[in-house]
Design a protein around this ligand. Structure first.
Ligand code: BTN
Length: 239
């Protein structure tokens, strides 16, 4: 199937590729990717800072989907695209922790943040992806929970090649319907079946991860056997 051309705008340094992508979203062609070698104010979920020194791969893709409702599924699609490239091209065993973390051996190697931008004429979505590629050392607060491809593979990886592999995978994924995206996500996820703890709006919820629904929400069975749906939150596995 013919793929849309991706216009890649490369920068040496930005505050945040997602910030820049959101600023230009209204005017930009769909499938414009903003890439930076480093970010001074990279951010993730809940506006937490994203460690973005030179060496990592930071990019944000502007898309203009017909329906904006299911942002979670776009995050799933991006997670699958990254996990597939890491597994198939780089031969590392990467899996997905609901909803948007790519892990190697339980440590985070990539984070994905999907944001919508509602313009006057058109609504856009910016999918921001940060991959810890050639990062050698993490700050103390991340040392236990983060890893990089360079640490796992004990060699440098090629950021350009990884970007060039992820973008077409993302295009393929976004041509799929919700059921097909969820199916692919299930191939890489390692959340279902696990006893988990989720922090939802400051409240801790414990239970077993049972399934995802059509929108990508997580269905959890609580200790009292009731099931609830979680739309977003930070999942912990081993506690
Ligand atoms: C998360 O796990 O909380 C999501 C992290 C997303 C980080 C990426 S890096 C590229 C893009 N620019 C940003 O400022 N954030 C995203």
């Amino acid at each position: 199937m013919k793929k849309d051309t991706v216009k890649v705008l490369s920068f040496k340094e930005l505050l945040s590729t997602s910030k820049t992508a959101k600023e230009m979203a209204a005017e930009a062609e769909p499938w414009t990717a903003v890439v930076a070698e480093s970010q001074n104010a990279g951010y993730g979920k809940k506006k937490r800072g994203w460690f973005s020194p030179p060496g990592g791969l930071y990019f944000s893709v502007i898309i203009k989907p017909k329906v904006l409702e299911e942002l979670q599924l776009l995050t799933f699609a991006a997670g699958v695209a990254v996990a597939k490239v890491l597994n198939e091209k780089l031969k590392v065993k990467a899996c997905l922790k609901w909803p948007n973390d790519v892990l190697i051996e339980g440590k985070k190697v990539c984070g994905i943040l999907t944001e919508s931008v509602i313009g006057e004429k058109v609504a856009s979505v910016v999918i921001g992806i940060g991959i810890n590629t050639n990062i050698e050392k993490f700050p103390l607060e991340l040392a236990e929970t983060a890893t990089s491809l360079k640490k796992e593979l004990e060699k440098e990886v090629d950021n350009k090649k990884i970007l060039a592999a992820v973008l077409p995978e993302l295009q393929d994924m976004l041509k799929k319907d919700a059921t097909a995206i969820a199916q692919k996500y299930k191939l890489y996820q390692n959340t279902l079946g696990k006893k988990i703890k989720v922090l939802v709006q400051g409240k801790e919820i414990c239970g077993q991860a049972l399934d995802f629904d059509q929108k990508g929400d997580l269905i959890v069975q609580l200790e009292n056997k009731k099931t609830i749906k979680i739309l977003e939150g930070d999942v912990t596995y081993n506690f």
